[in-house]
Design a protein around this ligand. Structure first.
Ligand SMILES: *Cc1c(COP(=O)(O)O)cnc(C)c1O
Length: 461
C-alpha cells in the first residue's frame, strides 16, 4: 500500500466547502436530471469531476498574474510563454489557445475532411468529437492490456504498433491527415506511454508520411512514469524526458489546465511553417491575435511558470503518490480499480462493482449518482454515456470499459479528503445490490455526458 507523500507546499489561501445532508442531495440530483454536471459546485463537498483547470496555483504563479502584460500584440507575457514552450516542447512554432479543445478545433478544421481517419492510442472525448464534427473517423489502436482493468503492464497507454501498421496498410495512408498519441491516456485510465512506444509510433507514422501530433495534456506525469518505470531513464529529469518525448513528434495540442497548472489555457505547437500560417488565420478568426490566443496576458504568464512547476520532481512524486494512495486505499476496502493507477485520477471499474446492472442501464452513471447522494462527491463517467455509439440500426455499441473517474485537482485536496472518499465507497459497497440503473431522457449529439438528462429505474427514487 502506497504511503502518503507529504505535500511539497503549505497552504496559504483556503476556500470553504459545504456539507449537505443525503436528503438534500437526493433532491438536488433529481432536480439536475441525475447529471452531476448540472449540480452547483456549492452543493458539492469533494469535487473530483475533473483535474482540468481545477487546481491551485502557486504564489509564484499569482505573482506572475500581477506582472502580466495586457498589450494586444507581442506582450511581454507572450515571450515568457514562448521561452518556456521552446525550452520544454522544442517545436518551431506555437500559438496559445483558450484551452485544449480550441487547439484540437483548429487542427481538425485545417486537416480533417469527411471520411478521413485519425488514429490514436485512445482519443479523449473532445478530440473524438472534434474529429467527428468534421466528418472524420477517430480510431483507437491501444494495446489490448490497456483495456484490461486488472493488467499490471507498466505502460498501458501504449499504441499497439502491429495494429497500427496493419490498419494503415488496410485503409491507406492517403485518408489519414495526421496521427496522434495521447499522454497519458485519459480515456483509458490515465495510463502512460513509454518512450520506446512514442519513438516507434513516430516511426510508423513517418514511414507513411503521416504527420504526428501528441495530445500532450499530461506530458509531465507521463515523463515521470517513464523516469520511474522505463529502463535507462532513472537518471534523467522529467524536463529532459519531456524534451525527448516531443522530439519525435511534428506538433502537439495541449490543455494547459492539466500539467500547465493553470485554470485556463492551451497550446497548439507544430514544426510546419505553412500549416502554422493557416492555424494563425483560424486563430485570429475565432480566438484572438496569435500572441494571446483567447487568453489574457496574465494567463500566459501563469502558464509559463506553471509548465515548469508541473515538471518539478518533488511535485510529481507527491502528485502521482497521492493518486496511488487513493487507489490503494480503495482497493483495500474492496473497490475494483484500474491497476496500476494512472497519474491524475483513479478509475473505478463500475461493471465489476455493480455487476447486476446491465450495459444499457449505465452502471458507471449509476455509481456516479450514488457517490454524490452518499457523500456529496462529484465524479465523471467514462463509460457508455461518454463513449457508446450507435450502429447503422440505431443499436448501442458499448465501449470496452465502464469506468467512474475520480480525478484529483492539483494541489487542492488533503489526505483527510481522500480518506473521506474511501469511507464513502465503503458505505456504497455495503448496499451495492440496492443500486439500480438509469435511462437517458435527453441525448445530445456530441459530448453527451456534459448535458444529457436521465431518469432513475429504481422504484423507490
Ligand atoms: C482535457 C483534455 C483535452 C481537452 O482540453 P480542454 O482544455 O478541456 O479543452 C484533450 N485531451 C485530453 C487527453 C484531455 O485530458
Amino acid at each position: 500500500m502506497a504511503g502518503y507523500v507529504p505535500e511539497p507546499f503549505r497552504i496559504k489561501v483556503v476556500e470553504p466547502i459545504r456539507r449537505t445532508t443525503a436528503a438534500e442531495r437526493r433532491t438536488i440530483i433529481r432536480a439536475a436530471h441525475y447529471n452531476v454536471f448540472k449540480v452547483r459546485s456549492s452543493d458539492i463537498l469533494i469535487d473530483l469531476l475533473t483535474d482540468s483547470g481545477t487546481g491551485a496555483m502557486s504564489d509564484n504563479q499569482w505573482a506572475g498574474m500581477m506582472v502580466g502584460d495586457e498589450a494586444y500584440a507581442c506582450s511581454r507575457s507572450y515571450y515568457s510563454l514562448e521561452s518556456a514552450v521552446r525550452d520544454i516542447f522544442g517545436f518551431r512554432h506555437f500559438v496559445p489557445t483558450h484551452q485544449g479543445r480550441a487547439a484540437e478545433h483548429i487542427l481538425c478544421s485545417l486537416l480533417v475532411r469527411p471520411g478521413n481517419l485519425v488514429p490514436n492510442n485512445m482519443h479523449f472525448d473532445t478530440t473524438q468529437a472534434n474529429i467527428a464534427a468534421r466528418g472524420g473517423i477517430p480510431t483507437n489502436l491501444l494495446i489490448d492490456e490497456g483495456l484490461n482493468p486488472s493488467s499490471h503492464h507498466p505502460f498501458k497507454g501504449n499504441m499497439d504498433l502491429r495494429k497500427l501498421q496493419n490498419w494503415i496498410q488496410q485503409v491507406g495512408p492517403e485518408g489519414i491527415p495526421f496521427g496522434m498519441i495521447t499522454v497519458t491516456n485519459n480515456a483509458g485510465g490515465g495510463q502512460p506511454v513509454s518512450m520506446a512506444n512514442l519513438r516507434e509510433t513516430a516511426n510508423v507514422y513517418h514511414e507513411h508520411r503521416i504527420p504526428f501530433f501528441i495530445d500532450a495534456c499530461r506530458y509531465a506525469e507521463n515523463a515521470y512514469f517513464i523516469q520511474q518505470r522505463e529502463l535507462g531513464y532513472a537518471a534523467l529529469s522529467p524536463l529532459e524526458i519531456a524534451r525527448q518525448m516531443f522530439s519525435y513528434a511534428d506538433g502537439c495540442t495541449m490543455s494547459a489546465k492539466k500539467d500547465g497548472l493553470v485554470n485556463i489555457g492551451g497550446l497548439l505547437c507544430m514544426n510546419d511553417p505553412a500549416l502554422m500560417q493557416r492555424a494563425e488565420q483560424e486563430l485570429i478568426l475565432r480566438e484572438g491575435f496569435p500572441t494571446y490566443g483567447g487568453l489574457a496576458g496574465r494567463d500566459l504568464e501563469a502558464i509559463a511558470r506553471g509548465l515548469y512547476e508541473g515538471l518539478d520532481p518533488e511535485y510529481l512524486a507527491y502528485r502521482v503518490g497521492q493518486t496511488a494512495y487513493l487507489a490503494d486505499s480503495l482497493a483495500e476496502v474492496g473497490v475494483p480499480c484500474v491497476q496500476p493507477p494512472g497519474g491524475h485520477a483513479v478509475y473505478v471499474d463500475a461493471r465489476a462493482l455493480l455487476p447486476h446492472i446491465p450495459a444499457e442501464h449505465l452502471a458507471a452513471w449509476a455509481l456516479g449518482v450514488e457517490l454524490y447522494v452518499q457523500g456529496g462527491i462529484r465524479s465523471a463517467e467514462l463509460g457508455a454515456v461518454a463513449f457508446a455509439t450507435r450502429d447503422e440500426n440505431g443499436d448501442w455499441q458499448f465501449p470496452p470499459l465502464e469506468l467512474v473517474r475520480l480525478a484529483l485537482p492539483r494541489r487542492s485536496y488533503t489526505q483527510a479528503h481522500l480518506d473521506y472518499v474511501v469511507e464513502t465507497f465503503a458505505a456504497i459497497l455495503q448496499k451495492r445490490d440496492d443500486i439500480s440503473g438509469y435511462r437517458m431522457t435527453y441525448e445530445p449529439p456530441f459530448l453527451r455526458h456534459f448535458t444529457a438528462e436521465f431518469e432513475s429505474l429504481s422504484r423507490t427514487n
